[in-house]
Ligand binder design. Sequence first.
Ligand code: UTP
Length: 230
Amino acid sequence: MRKVVISLGGSILVKGEDDEAYIRELVEGLASVSDDVRFIIVTGGGKLARDHISIGRRVGLDEATLDSMGILATRMNAWLIIGAFKCVDVYPRPFTSLEEAIIGASAKKFTIGGGTHPGHTTDAVSALIAEMWRADLFINLTAVDGAYTADPKKDTDAERIPEMTSKELVELVSGTVRGAGSHSVMDPLAASVIHRAGIRTMILDGRDISNLLSCISGERTHGTVIAPGE
Ligand code: UTP
């Protein structure tokens, strides 16, 4: 059995348009390629997390508590995926720790959860799980089709990077500001875990499900390939 960890950004999962259809298509697609694969899926908090963190910060909550609110949002999103799987072989609740994710995956084909501890994002949770589980592949599903030289939503000169090393990824995200709800192509902690553990990683457009399924099946994929190494 191959082991695949997917980090599913919350803003992909609940985008505010065709969310139910997207979730159904994603779940059916993953089930269709799961004959020889086990999955751990880590859902982000998206707009739900960001809106609550923003209001919470304005009313005076501390950053650790804001992170805990963000974690609750990630778990609400995890329930959406668990619910959509219905009769497939699924761990029956969102995991709440790295260890529970590994235990879930030892029994079930699909294990789903969100955040674990304050201080990082679900990308870091996904990378730590990939390290502990010795995953064959880590797929980071984002709102854009790969890692870019700059934020493509803000900088029209930004270019997609088709291939990079894990060391280059660490360098690319090293300037990211940390704080509840902060956002970049990947959490710096996740990048450093990918680098130290030598995890094969892909960054893909989360809304392009056929591309995701090609990636899982080992076919040609559009996105960014992160090769372990310097
Ligand atoms: P996300 O992982 O969703 O962050 O967690 P993100 O990258 O900003 O958002 P999307 O989903 O890719 O759009 C949301 C927030 O929850 C807290 C952090 O504050 C994070 O920004 N969180 C999440 C934690 O503190 N610990 C965790 O393990 C996960």
